[in-house]
Design a protein around this ligand. Structure first.
Ligand SMILES: NC(=O)c1ccc[n+]([C@@H]2O[C@H](COP(=O)([O-])OP(=O)(O)OC[C@H]3O[C@@H](n4cnc5c(N)ncnc54)[C@H](OP(=O)(O)O)[C@@H]3O)[C@@H](O)[C@H]2O)c1
Length: 231
């Protein structure tokens, strides 16, 4: 079984990557920083020497780099079993200081990255009539936060895309799951005043992904929130 994870070197992406390795998946991993990808690859190989781990540096906010990343794995593997569109960025803005350039930048990384990476894999998922696409959305895919306007818009677009994809692919026996984490203890919160110890932990999100993958049914969406959410 082969899985691709974007934004694999830190936070939620890394926890999902390590959980997929535990499950025996060969891994195709993307992020921008090549040395962190190399380090992660070594970490996985030390624990799971039999797994194939392929890393490729890509900036998923860029259309051509995203397409190139997809093409690399399509040429090398031909097909994959699992695609985890995890990469994303949190940034705060409000209706007062909101700018179109910020909106575009967050749409590129939080929405277009998933759209552009998924598209090239669809023909093979449909032909094989199997596979699973997991999109890491957010609780803000369904709620609005007035100090994270562009982020909320971009994650709501990703969530709508996920629902459309699910309806399109279910007739081909391909599963599509939206994971909607609340505040999760990752580097995304560095520099912001936040009680990270009260947050959801990356491993909680990874456990949700594995549960969805191993379910006989279609886990359509999974919300994981802090018990007492302040952020
Ligand atoms: N943390 C939360 O509270 C929370 C809550 C709900 C949803 N989420 C969602 O969960 C996902 C992961 O968040 P996280 O908090 O785990 O993030 P994180 O800790 O900041 O890690 C981000 C990962 O993505 C990579 N990355 C960032 N920008 C990239 C780009 N332009 N191109 C390629 N790779 C890039 C980073 O590596 P490089 O820097 O080397 O590229 C890193 O591996 C995101 O979609 C986020 O919106 C997070």
């Amino acid at each position: 079984m082969k899985a691709i994870v974007t934004g694999a070197t830190k936070g939620i992406g890394k926890a999902i990557t390590m959980a997929l390795a535990e499950e025996g998946y060969d891994l195709g991993l993307g992020a921008r920083n090549l040395s962190e990808l190399d380090y992660l690859s070594k970490e996985i190989k030390a624990l799971h020497p039999d797994l194939e781990v392929i890393t490729k540096s890509a900036d998923f906010s860029q259309k051509h780099e995203t397409r190139n990343f997809a093409d690399t794995f399509i040429h090398y593997w031909g097909d994959i079993d699992v695609l985890v569109n995890n990469v994303g960025k949190y940034e705060e803005d409000s209706l007062d200081n909101f700018s179109e350039s910020n909106l575009k930048s967050l749409f590129n990384i939080n929405f277009y990255s998933a759209l552009r990476l998924t598209q090239p894999f669809l023909p093979e998922f449909k032909r094989r009539k199997s596979g699973h696409i997991i999109n890491i959305c957010s609780v803000l895919s369904k709620e609005s936060r007035n100090h994270a306007v562009s982020y909320s818009f971009s994650k709501q677009a990703l969530y709508t895309y996920t629902k459309m994809l699910r309806e399109e692919l279910r007739t081909y026996n391909v599963k599509v799951t939206a994971i909607l984490p609340g505040s999760t203890n990752t580097a995304s919160w560095d520099g912001l005043e936040a009680p990270v110890h009260e947050f959801v932990q990356p491993i909680d999100v990874a456990n949700g992904v594995i549960m969805a993958l191993n379910s006989n049914g279609m886990v359509e969406e999974l919300e994981i929130k802090p018990v007492n959410p302040e952020h």
